[in-house]
Design a protein around this ligand. Sequence first.
Ligand SMILES: Cc1ncc(COP(=O)(O)O)c(C=O)c1O
Length: 382
Amino acid sequence: MSPTLATDWWLDRADSLRDLAQTGTPRYVYAADILRRQARSLRTLGVFDRVLYAVKANAHPGVLGVFHEEGLGFECVSPAEVKRVLGLFPDLDRRHVLFTPNFVPREEYEWALAEGVRVTVDNLYPLEAWPEVFAGREVFVRLDPGQGRGHHDHVRTAGRRSKFGIDLDDLGRLAEAVREAGVRVTGLHAHVGSGVDAPDSWAETAEVLAAAAEWFPDVQVLDLGGGLPVPSHPGAPPFDLERAATLLHDLRQRRPDFQFWTEPGRFLAAESGVLLCRVTQTKDKGGVRYVGLDAGMNTLVRPAMYGAHHPIANLSRLGEEALHPTEVVGMICESGDAFGHDIPLPETREGDVIAIGTVGAYGASMASHYNLREPATESLLD
Ligand SMILES: Cc1ncc(COP(=O)(O)O)c(C=O)c1O
């Protein structure tokens, strides 16, 4: 079997997961207790006035339900995400829903403002080209603090060459556009990237936003975005959440006039998820051992897209000696269609149940119909 991982709840529950796999694979399974654990670890840190969940990470109704019960708000990037949370939770205070779109047409802002959810503007264009849409409204503004961070180029969402946010050099022009349009900026927002493992990232972002707030007298909220990392390798040191909170705490004490918000996706959802697959075929070619699964990059694209590491284990043969470094691949016609390389697996046979871990975020939500294959089914283990 693979070495035991930091995130191995699914190895402890292998029996029930094997039973679940009988009902069909590929299947994403999410553990409600892990979702709750993650939500509580952030809420009890004591540095955030509000925690929003980034819905794009995983919009499964069961997952959203757990976070709603835990008192989280929601950060949404499309009208469909907003409609999903409002449809599921009609009692939800709409001011706890933040719509943070990027390069969307004017109608999406009009729609969101009419729905009464909070809206983030991340470009000067909407304010300068359509001032009448925002006149008399409150908005959050997304700034680009100048430097992106994260585990891969594709997830760094600030700095030169990033399409997100407003440049700090444009604050004067932004203040002018806001004044002209008769808009109140009540929140400043930044999200610098995903999988950011620097504990000073929150504090650094917060300092930039607090300084920028000098331009906007109505600012009440500093939203520091998401981006907390998740351990994926065995033995990887866990992120020092307490240290990150302590660094932010300093600013909080100096600036009691601001509320501090955060909006993670991956940290809240990733560890709760496991993808159950079955072995379709094996192959030995050129000295390489392949194990093929009844899933593919259409089911889970992170390894192909970001070179992301996900733990993999053969649930049908737990406890058996790992004999082969194995290429674990899918059934999509792309050479990048692999879930893991050199994975230590025992002798593995057709029909075995393979589990891929840490897939609760950006797994099912990024699935596609590529090759006209159906995405995996999903269920919540409560
Ligand atoms: C604006 C915004 N907020 C929050 C997130 C969540 O990021 P993560 O899942 O890394 O916490 C993202 C991710 O793309 C984002 O774009």
